[in-house]
Design a protein around this ligand. Structure first.
Ligand SMILES: [Zn+2]
Length: 458
């Protein structure tokens, strides 16, 4: 069905809404559209200016960085080259946890700061702050990459995601915003079952060249379901996946079912959209206007093709500067240029970052990554892991601290009731630590059932 509102939305609603919100994301998009073709030299110069600016800002306004520089007997004025910059100690996730208040810039008005919490695939909460101006850059970056995947400004979008899933229906303003501006239809990954998938398929089949995005494995599960029922009538313009890495089999199934290409995007709650595939699919372009990304193998730079730990400097979040932030994901970089002509450097492969699914006795599929943020908000839960050993049994492994009490227990019971249902029994196992996987990553969910259920290697 042709979308009659699309043009009105693009040329009237979108600009008026941006003006009303005093948001500059539309002009940021125009800037990014040009700067993605800048020469590598211009990119480096621009990044250097932004790095210097955020270093000065962090030194003056964030006690954490002031102390950090004094510990290494340096001043931002001493940082005169990229190799000087590489002398700055890494910002690890535990540094963010332990110095939260001191990393937030003192000169930013409280009203401009947005608070967030994430646990990603690790199950260990990480609180962070992003300032409004930085978020508008993230927004622009997301729109730009969605346009790479064929979506047009003003068109509807179809999300397979669990984040803020019910927000749009609860609050009138948010409902209107979604109806008139964002135009997102949602398949909630916290409540995926046959009925919800059938109903989402019905919505999608009425759409003209829909753009689909969301959690990679949830999209895969949906595609697998549609294939099983031979519901192959959705012709999407593009499918954008994030949150987890798809293997080749999963990716080609999604492409077959939706008759379009998959665009893998890499990012996180605290960083935003760091890198994304373009229409040529030769790697993920790093959004160089907003991030400076390093690949470290030990304390050396990883060579192209060599697995390295990603270290990211966010050049636009002045509310809580993340400088040389070790995000705990592994990736390989490429030094070749993409044939699309964009000059933003390429990540050839994201490695690591796995999550899993829980299958309930009622055959409800719960994606682990959808649950992590619920655990992150429980007081006293330092880290958590869910292990499913039988179709009707899961173990909650919990590392707790002194804040853990009745309220924490109530929240856990609420999660049990809401997501796992009556037939699932839960054993609580309070532990000192949760061991890492061989590759050094935590897995929030480990299901011994899901692998057989999906008949894939998760
Ligand atoms: Zn490209």
């Amino acid at each position: 069905m042709i979308d009659l509102y699309e043009h009105f939305c693009r040329y009237v609603t979108v600009p008026i809404w941006a003006k009303w919100e005093r948001s500059h994301y539309l002009s940021h998009i125009e800037y990014l559209k040009t700067s993605q073709y800048d020469t590598p030299e211009i990119i480096k110069i621009t990044q250097w200016e932004k790095v210097k600016k955020i270093l000065d800002h962090a030194y003056v306004n964030c006690p954490y960085y002031k102390t950090l520089f004094s510990d290494i007997r340096m001043h931002p004025n001493d940082i005169k080259s990229w190799s000087d910059f590489e002398q700055i100690p890494l910002l690890k996730k535990d540094d963010v946890r332990n110095n939260y208040e001191n990393i937030i810039a003192a000169n930013m008005g409280q009203k401009t700061l947005h608070h967030g919490v994430t646990s990603g695939s690790t199950g260990k909460p990480l609180h962070f702050v992003a300032d409004e101006k930085g978020l508008q850059w993230t927004r622009a970056q997301i729109v730009l990459t969605q346009q790479w995947a064929g979506w047009r400004l003003g068109e509807k979008k179809y999300a397979i995601s669990g984040i803020h899933a019910n927000e749009n229906t609860k609050n009138v303003r948010k409902y209107l915003r979604n109806k008139l501006l964002d135009r997102i239809s949602l398949l909630n990954t916290l409540e995926i079952d046959e009925n919800s998938m059938i109903s989402f398929h019905r919505t999608l089949s009425k759409a003209y060249r829909p753009f689909i995005y969301g959690f990679a494995h949830a999209i895969y599960v949906f595609a697998q379901f549609l294939e099983k029922l031979s519901l192959m009538n959705i012709h999407a313009c593009g499918v954008m996946t994030g949150g987890m890495i798809l293997n080749d089999h999963e990716r080609s199934l999604i492409e077959k079912v939706f008759h379009c290409k998959v665009f893998n995007r890499y990012g996180s709650e605290e960083m935003g959209a760091v890198a994304c595939e373009c229409e040529k699919h030769e790697g993920l372009h790093i959004s160089s206007g907003k991030y400076y990304v390093e690949f470290l193998n030990g304390d050396k730079k990883a060579l192209p093709g060599e697995i390295g730990s990603l270290v990211i400097t966010d050049l636009s979040n002045y509310g809580m500067p993340f400088i040389r932030y070790q995000i705990e994901d592994m990736a390989t970089r490429s030094d070749s240029m993409c044939s699309c002509g964009r000059t933003w450097p390429l990540i050839s492969n994201i490695i690591g970052r796995t999550s899993d699914f829980i299958i309930t006795p009622e055959k409800k599929i719960i994606s682990g990554i959808s649950l992590t943020d619920f655990f992150a908000m429980i007081p006293g839960v330092v880290q958590a892991q869910i292990i499913q050993d039988r179709i009707d049994h899961v173990i909650f492994k919990i590392v707790k601290n002194q804040e853990f009490g009745d309220e924490s227990m109530r929240s856990l019971k609420e999660i049990e009731r809401r997501f796992f249902g009556k037939s699932m029994s839960v054993t609580y196992d309070y532990v000192e630590t949760i061991p890492k996987e061989p590759r050094g990553k935590y897995r929030f969910v480990k299901s011994q059932i899901a692998k057989d259920y999906f008949n894939i290697s998760l």
